[in-house]
Design a protein around this ligand. Sequence first.
Ligand SMILES: [Zn+2]
Length: 217
Amino acid sequence: MWTNKLKDLILNTLFPIECLGCHQTGEIICQKCLDKIIVLNKWEANLYSLERIVTIFDYQQPLLKKIIKSFKYSPYNLNVLKRLSLLFIKCLKQSPLALNYLTKNKFILVPIPLSRQKLAKRGFNQAELIARELATAFNWPLKNVLKKTKNNPSQTNLSREQRKLNVQNVFQVKEQPPANIILIDDVLTTGATLKQAANILQQAGAKKIWAIVLAQD
Ligand SMILES: [Zn+2]
């Protein structure tokens, strides 16, 4: 404990933490900047073989983009996810009926997996970290039932059409999936990833599938 604090102190002295928004030193994202993030809270029904898709933020906000990229590519910035989770958990709490439905029907959180190679390189799956925040906040169980079989090239430089082809047959189930599932991902682009994951899970026996996505591109 004490050594961790000392380590933080040394790191903060050598590399002072700057706010990703306003560059003031002290926090990775200050309260003022956090308050400026606009919550989208978009709910869609019956899309891509999913019962509901809940999207919390609009990825096009420059600050949000910066935050998501920072926790994706630098584990040192994982604190930023903790800060952001305050916002997305607050947002979900505005829909108590839905939360109640998910709990009552024993929905299980299933993060969209990374390929083995990518996981080894990055050291963590950002979707799983988001799922863990939700698991803690709402007391929902988390299960990694999906496996990514193909290391498809990064989506970043592909057209929308290419992205759809890129994610075909990339997932497999590792075990019998739970009946009701909440898929978790960080950024939604074409929806092809969610659709593919949902199809595989349904083929394996899953009944109701929801998704909670941090941001929509
Ligand atoms: Zn700031």
